[in-house]
Design a binder for this molecule. Structure first.
Ligand code: MN
Length: 251
Protein backbone atom coordinates (compact mmCIF):
# COMPACT_ATOMS: atom_id res chain seq x y z
CA UNK A 1 0.00 0.00 0.00
CA UNK A 2 1.46 3.32 -1.06
CA UNK A 3 1.37 6.22 1.37
CA UNK A 4 0.27 9.58 -0.15
CA UNK A 5 3.50 11.29 0.88
CA UNK A 6 5.57 8.70 -0.92
CA UNK A 7 3.47 9.30 -4.03
CA UNK A 8 4.20 13.01 -3.80
CA UNK A 9 7.89 12.25 -3.40
CA UNK A 10 7.72 9.99 -6.43
CA UNK A 11 5.97 12.68 -8.49
CA UNK A 12 8.49 15.30 -7.54
CA UNK A 13 11.39 12.99 -8.36
CA UNK A 14 9.73 12.16 -11.66
CA UNK A 15 9.53 15.83 -12.54
CA UNK A 16 13.08 16.47 -11.42
CA UNK A 17 14.26 13.58 -13.52
CA UNK A 18 12.39 14.87 -16.53
CA UNK A 19 10.39 11.68 -17.05
CA UNK A 20 7.70 12.24 -19.65
CA UNK A 21 4.54 13.15 -17.81
CA UNK A 22 2.44 10.59 -19.62
CA UNK A 23 4.72 7.86 -18.31
CA UNK A 24 4.68 9.34 -14.81
CA UNK A 25 0.89 9.62 -14.96
CA UNK A 26 0.53 6.00 -16.01
CA UNK A 27 2.67 4.84 -13.13
CA UNK A 28 0.88 7.24 -10.78
CA UNK A 29 -2.41 5.75 -11.93
CA UNK A 30 -1.13 2.26 -11.11
CA UNK A 31 -0.02 3.40 -7.67
CA UNK A 32 -3.31 5.23 -7.11
CA UNK A 33 -5.26 2.03 -7.60
CA UNK A 34 -4.12 0.87 -4.18
CA UNK A 35 -3.75 4.27 -2.49
CA UNK A 36 -6.01 7.07 -1.33
CA UNK A 37 -7.66 9.03 -4.20
CA UNK A 38 -5.28 11.61 -5.61
CA UNK A 39 -6.18 15.25 -5.28
CA UNK A 40 -4.47 16.66 -8.34
CA UNK A 41 -5.55 15.98 -11.89
CA UNK A 42 -2.90 14.20 -13.92
CA UNK A 43 -1.91 16.17 -16.98
CA UNK A 44 -2.25 13.97 -20.04
CA UNK A 45 -2.50 16.71 -22.65
CA UNK A 46 -0.10 16.13 -25.55
CA UNK A 47 1.82 19.40 -25.29
CA UNK A 48 5.20 20.11 -23.76
CA UNK A 49 6.18 23.75 -23.53
CA UNK A 50 9.90 24.35 -22.78
CA UNK A 51 11.11 26.86 -20.19
CA UNK A 52 12.85 28.99 -22.84
CA UNK A 53 10.92 31.73 -24.60
CA UNK A 54 10.22 30.72 -28.22
CA UNK A 55 10.72 33.13 -31.15
CA UNK A 56 7.78 35.35 -32.05
CA UNK A 57 6.30 34.10 -35.33
CA UNK A 58 5.75 37.57 -36.84
CA UNK A 59 7.20 41.11 -36.65
CA UNK A 60 6.20 43.41 -33.75
CA UNK A 61 4.23 45.57 -36.20
CA UNK A 62 2.36 42.62 -37.79
CA UNK A 63 -0.79 42.98 -35.68
CA UNK A 64 -1.22 46.73 -36.20
CA UNK A 65 -3.47 48.60 -35.93
CA UNK A 66 -5.17 46.24 -33.44
CA UNK A 67 -2.02 45.75 -31.36
CA UNK A 68 0.75 48.33 -31.83
CA UNK A 69 4.43 47.50 -32.40
CA UNK A 70 5.70 49.16 -29.23
CA UNK A 71 3.28 47.18 -27.06
CA UNK A 72 4.31 43.94 -28.80
CA UNK A 73 8.02 44.75 -28.39
CA UNK A 74 7.77 45.60 -24.68
CA UNK A 75 5.29 42.83 -23.97
CA UNK A 76 7.40 40.12 -25.63
CA UNK A 77 10.92 41.32 -24.76
CA UNK A 78 10.33 42.68 -21.27
CA UNK A 79 7.24 41.22 -19.61
CA UNK A 80 7.12 37.77 -21.20
CA UNK A 81 10.90 37.33 -21.32
CA UNK A 82 11.05 38.06 -17.59
CA UNK A 83 8.55 35.28 -16.83
CA UNK A 84 10.73 32.79 -18.71
CA UNK A 85 13.94 33.95 -16.97
CA UNK A 86 12.35 34.02 -13.53
CA UNK A 87 10.84 30.57 -14.09
CA UNK A 88 14.29 29.17 -14.92
CA UNK A 89 15.85 30.84 -11.86
CA UNK A 90 13.10 29.59 -9.54
CA UNK A 91 13.13 26.10 -11.05
CA UNK A 92 16.85 25.85 -10.40
CA UNK A 93 16.38 27.04 -6.81
CA UNK A 94 13.57 24.53 -6.20
CA UNK A 95 15.17 21.52 -7.82
CA UNK A 96 12.98 21.28 -10.94
CA UNK A 97 14.86 19.93 -13.97
CA UNK A 98 15.32 22.57 -16.65
CA UNK A 99 14.09 20.15 -19.32
CA UNK A 100 10.75 19.60 -17.57
CA UNK A 101 7.72 20.86 -19.46
CA UNK A 102 5.84 23.87 -18.14
CA UNK A 103 2.67 21.75 -18.32
CA UNK A 104 4.22 19.24 -15.87
CA UNK A 105 5.13 22.05 -13.45
CA UNK A 106 1.68 23.64 -13.68
CA UNK A 107 -0.09 20.36 -12.95
CA UNK A 108 1.81 20.18 -9.65
CA UNK A 109 2.18 23.89 -8.98
CA UNK A 110 0.70 23.65 -5.46
CA UNK A 111 3.92 21.91 -4.41
CA UNK A 112 6.10 24.87 -5.30
CA UNK A 113 6.57 28.52 -4.35
CA UNK A 114 4.47 31.47 -5.49
CA UNK A 115 7.44 32.48 -7.67
CA UNK A 116 7.01 29.24 -9.63
CA UNK A 117 3.23 29.73 -9.78
CA UNK A 118 3.51 33.29 -11.11
CA UNK A 119 6.33 32.70 -13.57
CA UNK A 120 5.44 29.23 -14.88
CA UNK A 121 1.93 30.57 -15.42
CA UNK A 122 3.19 33.81 -16.94
CA UNK A 123 5.56 32.03 -19.31
CA UNK A 124 3.00 29.44 -20.40
CA UNK A 125 0.21 31.96 -20.89
CA UNK A 126 2.30 34.22 -23.09
CA UNK A 127 3.69 31.38 -25.20
CA UNK A 128 0.08 30.41 -25.96
CA UNK A 129 -0.94 34.05 -26.49
CA UNK A 130 1.71 34.73 -29.19
CA UNK A 131 0.75 31.55 -31.03
CA UNK A 132 -2.94 32.45 -30.93
CA UNK A 133 -2.57 35.62 -33.00
CA UNK A 134 -1.48 36.46 -36.54
CA UNK A 135 -1.97 39.13 -39.21
CA UNK A 136 -4.68 38.56 -41.85
CA UNK A 137 -6.55 36.26 -39.51
CA UNK A 138 -9.62 34.19 -40.44
CA UNK A 139 -12.11 36.11 -38.22
CA UNK A 140 -13.84 32.91 -37.17
CA UNK A 141 -13.17 29.19 -36.75
CA UNK A 142 -14.38 26.45 -39.07
CA UNK A 143 -14.66 22.66 -39.06
CA UNK A 144 -14.97 20.69 -35.82
CA UNK A 145 -14.12 23.65 -33.61
CA UNK A 146 -16.86 25.81 -35.11
CA UNK A 147 -19.35 22.94 -34.70
CA UNK A 148 -18.34 22.46 -31.05
CA UNK A 149 -18.60 26.21 -30.36
CA UNK A 150 -22.03 26.37 -32.00
CA UNK A 151 -23.33 23.38 -30.07
CA UNK A 152 -21.79 24.55 -26.79
CA UNK A 153 -22.66 28.25 -27.00
CA UNK A 154 -25.57 28.33 -29.53
CA UNK A 155 -23.67 30.47 -32.02
CA UNK A 156 -20.24 31.93 -32.67
CA UNK A 157 -21.65 35.39 -31.89
CA UNK A 158 -22.97 34.21 -28.54
CA UNK A 159 -19.63 32.55 -27.77
CA UNK A 160 -17.83 35.86 -28.43
CA UNK A 161 -20.27 37.69 -26.18
CA UNK A 162 -19.69 35.23 -23.32
CA UNK A 163 -15.92 35.39 -23.82
CA UNK A 164 -16.06 39.20 -23.79
CA UNK A 165 -17.97 39.07 -20.52
CA UNK A 166 -15.22 36.89 -19.01
CA UNK A 167 -12.54 39.31 -20.25
CA UNK A 168 -14.38 42.42 -19.10
CA UNK A 169 -15.45 41.13 -15.69
CA UNK A 170 -11.95 40.07 -14.68
CA UNK A 171 -11.15 42.64 -11.98
CA UNK A 172 -7.53 43.78 -12.15
CA UNK A 173 -5.04 41.56 -13.98
CA UNK A 174 -5.69 38.16 -15.47
CA UNK A 175 -6.78 36.12 -18.45
CA UNK A 176 -9.90 34.97 -20.27
CA UNK A 177 -9.83 31.42 -21.64
CA UNK A 178 -11.48 29.04 -24.03
CA UNK A 179 -10.50 25.65 -22.63
CA UNK A 180 -11.27 21.94 -22.98
CA UNK A 181 -12.15 19.99 -19.84
CA UNK A 182 -11.21 16.37 -19.15
CA UNK A 183 -14.35 15.16 -20.92
CA UNK A 184 -13.33 17.20 -24.01
CA UNK A 185 -16.12 19.77 -23.58
CA UNK A 186 -15.46 23.46 -24.35
CA UNK A 187 -15.78 26.11 -21.65
CA UNK A 188 -15.10 29.80 -21.12
CA UNK A 189 -13.40 30.95 -17.93
CA UNK A 190 -11.27 33.65 -16.39
CA UNK A 191 -8.36 33.40 -13.96
CA UNK A 192 -6.55 36.09 -11.92
CA UNK A 193 -2.91 37.12 -12.29
CA UNK A 194 -0.94 34.50 -14.26
CA UNK A 195 -3.01 31.49 -13.19
CA UNK A 196 -4.49 29.16 -15.82
CA UNK A 197 -6.69 26.04 -16.05
CA UNK A 198 -3.70 23.67 -16.18
CA UNK A 199 -2.82 24.47 -12.57
CA UNK A 200 -3.80 21.92 -9.94
CA UNK A 201 -4.99 24.85 -7.80
CA UNK A 202 -7.23 26.36 -10.51
CA UNK A 203 -10.94 26.83 -9.83
CA UNK A 204 -11.68 25.07 -13.13
CA UNK A 205 -9.32 22.68 -14.88
CA UNK A 206 -8.54 21.80 -18.45
CA UNK A 207 -6.42 22.63 -21.46
CA UNK A 208 -6.52 26.24 -22.69
CA UNK A 209 -6.79 26.47 -26.47
CA UNK A 210 -7.22 30.26 -26.63
CA UNK A 211 -6.21 32.87 -24.07
CA UNK A 212 -6.62 36.63 -23.88
CA UNK A 213 -4.24 38.68 -21.75
CA UNK A 214 -6.19 41.42 -19.98
CA UNK A 215 -3.29 42.78 -17.94
CA UNK A 216 -2.98 46.52 -18.61
CA UNK A 217 0.55 45.95 -19.97
CA UNK A 218 -1.10 44.17 -22.92
CA UNK A 219 -3.02 47.23 -24.09
CA UNK A 220 -2.43 50.40 -22.08
CA UNK A 221 -0.06 52.20 -24.50
CA UNK A 222 -2.67 52.17 -27.26
CA UNK A 223 -6.00 51.78 -25.49
CA UNK A 224 -5.35 53.23 -22.00
CA UNK A 225 -8.43 52.39 -19.89
CA UNK A 226 -10.48 51.12 -22.86
CA UNK A 227 -10.21 47.37 -22.33
CA UNK A 228 -13.37 46.74 -24.36
CA UNK A 229 -11.79 48.35 -27.46
CA UNK A 230 -8.66 46.22 -26.99
CA UNK A 231 -10.80 43.07 -26.78
CA UNK A 232 -12.69 44.08 -29.94
CA UNK A 233 -9.40 44.64 -31.77
CA UNK A 234 -7.91 41.37 -30.51
CA UNK A 235 -10.72 39.29 -32.07
CA UNK A 236 -9.54 40.54 -35.49
CA UNK A 237 -6.08 38.99 -35.02
CA UNK A 238 -7.04 35.63 -33.47
CA UNK A 239 -5.28 32.80 -35.32
CA UNK A 240 -8.25 30.45 -35.55
CA UNK A 241 -6.29 27.92 -37.63
CA UNK A 242 -3.87 27.53 -34.72
CA UNK A 243 -6.68 27.26 -32.15
CA UNK A 244 -8.42 24.65 -34.32
CA UNK A 245 -5.21 22.63 -34.69
CA UNK A 246 -4.79 22.61 -30.92
CA UNK A 247 -8.40 21.59 -30.42
CA UNK A 248 -8.33 18.83 -33.02
CA UNK A 249 -5.12 17.37 -31.63
CA UNK A 250 -6.82 16.49 -28.32
CA UNK A 251 -10.45 15.66 -29.13
MN1 MN B 1 1.08 39.90 -20.66
Amino acid sequence: MSHPSSRRTFLRHSLQGGIALTAASTITGMISSCATPKKTTANNWPFKTPFNQQPLGYPYSALEPMIDAMTMDIHYNKHAAAYSKNLKDAAQAEGIASDSSVEAVLSNVSKYSSKIRNNAGGHYNHELFWKSMKPNAEQQPSGKLLSAIESGFNSFGNFKMKFNEAAMSRFGSGWAWLYIDNSKALHIGSTPNQDNPLMDIAEFKGLPILGLDVWEHAYYLKYQNRRADYVDGWWKVVDWASVQKRYESVI
